[in-house]
Design a protein around this ligand. Structure first.
Ligand code: NAD
Ligand code: DAU
Length: 343
């Protein structure tokens, strides 16, 4: 029987990777708009931060430091829950090019442990995936990937995400696991780690460093505000069809150089105030998803569609939360410098 997850019922949701960027934004939304209790399981890697969960009510959010690859721990948490939502991942392409091991472990083995728990305890599972599983598109076209597009991941990161998606589909088909998957474009918004493109450039400018653009900056990404991503996941969890994947996108494809120029303009720097640095090996050219079917089936659509306003709010968030990122900044930039020097 399909287990229905409803926002107005008191239910327990395990959020794996809930101390990261999207997971923590998801938990804030859950606490705001549902009656659910949350159990976070997060290993607190370099990307996880307990401050991301600051201020949440302790009677509704319980935090467990742990690895999603730890079967005993996962089982002990999942056995009394109604659902698992899996955000836990190694998420950065650049890192996957230099050390892929943790990506295989967390993204593939971690997914295996979580879906096995969902299978054993007959609970709902939602898997958070990425547009990168489809590979890339030529820059000079306006085509988009659909659910019919073949999986063609390019980087070690995206290959592990694709592998995890296949595990989920196989567990649905072979064992009847009550799973759904969301496949989303690039997110931006508060609490994003400063290694990622938008926060890296904002925090560069806030620390008198010049922004760094890979190659010529012509690569295109489709940007969705993180609040719209988590709303999409809520819709899928509560009214999605078991076994289905849903595409979440904004239609807002922008070249990296255009995004950077917008950041420079909002932060009142000259439009040529950046350095072009060595390109990412195998750099995907363009991502775009067609989310028409998600919109019509789930009545979901992006609410934060004004990218300039969303970017302005995000810049303001990094300005107001310097304590959240400043201690990390030098370390992140030293790592980038070391990788650049070794390539
Ligand atoms: P993130 O790197 O900010 O957060 C990942 C979280 O997972 C961290 O809190 C980290 O501590 C935790 N984690 C890592 N390994 C773990 C392990 N073995 N056990 C338990 N916890 C572990 O990532 P994010 O940007 O929030 O991405 C979340 C998910 O969304 C990922 O699956 C990613 O592939 C997907 N996604 C991200 C984007 C984006 O633009 N950021 C877009 C589409 C999909
Ligand atoms: O598309 C969804 C994916 O988006 C998610 O699955 C990943 O978890 C997430 O990290 C993101 O991947 P990208 O590789 O697209 O994001 P990143 O922020 O690393 O880079 C965005 C673009 O900016 C990309 O074309 C590379 C470029 N870039 C990145 C950095 C860090 C730069 O030009 N300069 C930089 O300093």
């Amino acid at each position: 029987m399909t287990k229905i997850i409803q926002s107005d019922r008191s239910q327990t949701v395990v959020v794996a990777g809930g101390a990261g960027f999207i997971g923590s934004n998801f938990i804030r939304t859950v606490i705001e708009i549902t009656q659910w209790s949350v159990i976070v399981i997060d290993k607190l890697t370099y990307a996880g931060n307990l401050l991301n969960l600051d201020g949440l009510p302790s009677d509704r959010v319980r935090f467990v430091v742990g690895d999603v690859c730890d079967k005993e721990l996962v089982d002990s948490i999942a056995k009394n829950a109604d659902a698992i939502v899996n955000f836990a991942a190694e998420s950065h392409n650049d890192r996957s090019l230099y050390a892929a091991g943790p990506f295989l472990k967390t993204n593939v083995e971690g997914t295996f442990v979580l879906i096995e728990a969902a299978r054993r305890f007959h609970i709902r599972y939602h898997h958070v995936s990425t547009d990168e599983v489809y590979g890339d598109l030529p820059i000079e076209t306006d085509t988009s990937f659909t659910l019919a597009s073949p999986y063609r991941p390019s980087s070690p990161y995206s290959a592990t995400k694709a592998a995890a998606d296949h595990l989920v589909s196989a567990w649905v088909r072979s064992f009847g696991v009550q799973a759904t998957t969301s496949i989303c474009v690039n997110n931006y918004g508060p609490y994003q780690h400063i290694e990622k493109f938008i926060p890296r450039q904002i925090t560069n400018l806030l620390t008198t460093r010049r922004p760094k653009l890979y190659g010529t900056g012509r690569n295109v990404r489709e940007w969705l505000h993180v609040y719209d991503h988590v709303f999409g996941i809520m819709k899928i969890l509560t009214s999605g069809q078991i076994g289905k994947s849903y595409l979440l996108s904004s239609g807002l494809g922008l070249s990296n150089i255009d995004v950077l120029r917008l950041i420079l303009e909002i932060m009142e720097f000259p439009e040529d105030y950046f350095d072009c640095v060595i390109d990412r090996p195998g750099h995907d050219r363009r991502y775009a998803l067609d989310s028409t079917s998600t919109k019509s089936e789930l009545n979901w659509s992006p609410r934060y569609s004004d990218f300039r306003a969303g970017l302005k709010d995000t810049i303001q968030w990094y300005k107001e939360n310097v304590d959240w990122w400043i201690e990390n900044k030098r370390n992140v930039e030293e790592q980038y410098a070391r990788r650049e020097a070794s390539s």
